[in-house]
Design a binder for this molecule. Structure first.
Ligand SMILES: Cc1cc2nc3c(=O)[nH]c(=O)nc-3n(C[C@H](O)[C@H](O)[C@H](O)COP(=O)(O)OP(=O)(O)OC[C@H]3O[C@@H](n4cnc5c(N)ncnc54)[C@H](O)[C@@H]3O)c2cc1C
Length: 373
């Protein structure tokens, strides 16, 4: 689309998570002049946990001119390591894919979730981001769509981006009735001071995954720029409640045979500061767009966290959508291109993320690099 058309295009993004914020940045970067983000939460907030931003995602931050803002609140990692539960055996130690594929090395950046969303939304003008806007309805009129919010506001836009997460209302209203699927797993996450980590995670900036025989995985992401460690446990469970109640003793019981430092952390955790969640994903959605509405991020392709690709994919969706708008002659054509480019990639990541890892049979930390058999 021409610069003049993009400048006047009215774009409404529903959801101010990583996907929605990245979409706003990518669209501003191509000259879109009328972009607004509508987020249901009254104020920013993210669970206490770390996240890894892959080299290809970091390259997008450079392209969008926000690398320095991200680098200021993250640490550069060279590789990912997968070990036996006791840490004695290294199953895989692999350099992050694409680290050396760009003009300069792009390390994976380990970042705190809260810092990440603050950094993304922080580069947007305040008047672009509308907190306290919970979407309650959407009407697709073909070449435009109208949004209704719980606070009584309505907005009509030429392009609506549904970045409203795994339980997306926009997906449900326009694209698929299918509910999220419980994975039979829980994720427990906490950020602790490195001083209370018994020496774990202080050696370098690289995440380490410890694989238990009972299906429990304990992993940590060093947040050395904060003198903290993101301490995470994923385990099997039949309890699909939203926020399962847990105790220190229960966590310790999951960690039989694990590195003593991991067990000691579990024993000493302030349990009130641990985020406990059942884990869900969705099946691939057949169609992500109409002529004026498109899904992006978890709303389009929520995936299990085993490959650490959900947020990365949301950000790459944002770039894919912006590229398509630049190249196509109309919004309609751009949305078709966007889906054609991004959906095969995320369909495959959804599939791979469901495979998880089995202790003792970890062939690679990055199965997306291995051609499907
Ligand atoms: C345990 C765990 C670990 C993970 N680790 C990683 C990792 O290492 N790397 C990685 O890349 N990914 C990881 N992920 C996945 C990642 O968190 C998600 O893929 C990512 O948050 C998706 O971003 P999003 O913007 O699409 O959705 P969300 O982050 O869910 O944001 C959606 C936003 O929309 C808002 N919203 C929802 N409904 C409405 C409404 N009706 N009206 C207005 N606003 C609304 C929400 O409040 C929210 O702010 C992990 C996930 C889990 C569970």
């Amino acid at each position: 689309m021409k610069t003049s058309e993009l400048k006047d295009l009215k774009i409404a993004i529903v959801g101010g998570g990583y996907g929605g914020a990245a979409a706003a940045i990518a669209l501003r970067n191509i000259g879109a002049g009328n972009v607004h983000v509508y987020e249901q939460a009254p104020a920013l907030g993210q669970v206490g946990a770390g996240i890894g931003l892959r080299p290809i995602t970091v390259e997008l931050f450079r392209r969008w001119g926000i690398f320095e803002e991200i680098a200021a609140v993250s640490s550069p990692s060279d590789y990912l390591e997968i070990l036996s539960a006791d840490g004695q055996q290294v199953y895989a130690q692999e350099v992050w894919p694409q680290l050396n594929d760009f003009d300069q090395p792009n390390h994976t950046r380990i970042i705190h979730r809260g810092d990440f969303i603050d950094a993304l939304l922080g580069v947007l003008p305040a008047e672009m981001v509308h907190m306290g806007h919970k979407l309650t309805g959407i009407k697709d009129d073909g070449d435009a769509a109208t949004l209704t919010f719980e606070n009584g506001n309505t907005v009509t836009a030429d392009l609506v981006i549904g970045a409203d997460g795994i339980r997306s209302l926009i997906r449900k209203e326009l694209f698929s009735d299918n509910e999220p699927i419980f994975a039979g797993e829980h994720a427990y996450r906490a950020v602790i001071s490195a001083d209370n980590a018994f020496g774990l995670g202080v050696e370098d900036d690289n995440p380490r995954f410890y694989m238990g025989d009972n299906g429990t995985i304990a992993y940590n992401l060093p947040l050395r720029h904060r003198n903290q460690l993101s301490y995470d446990i994923t385990t099997r469970s039949e309890d699909g409640s939203w926020a399962p109640v847990i105790t220190n003793d229960y966590l310790v019981s999951l960690l039989d045979g694990f590195d003593e430092r991991i067990v000691d952390i579990a024993r000493n955790l302030d349990i009130s500061q641990v985020t406990s969640r059942s884990v869900f994903d969705i099946d691939p959605v057949d169609n992500w767009h109409t002529d004026s509405v498109a899904l992006l991020g978890d709303s389009a392709h929520a995936m299990l966290h085993h490959q650490g690709q959900g947020a990365n994919s949301a950000i790459q969706d944002a770039a894919g959508l912006a590229d398509a708008l630049l190249q196509a002659d109309s919004v309609k054509e751009a949305l078709t291109q966007y889906q054609a480019i991004r959906k095969p990639v995320t369909d495959e990541l959804q599939r791979l993320s469901r495979l998880g890892w089995n202790p003792g049979s970890v062939e690679t930390a990055f199965p997306e690099q291995t051609p499907a058999k």
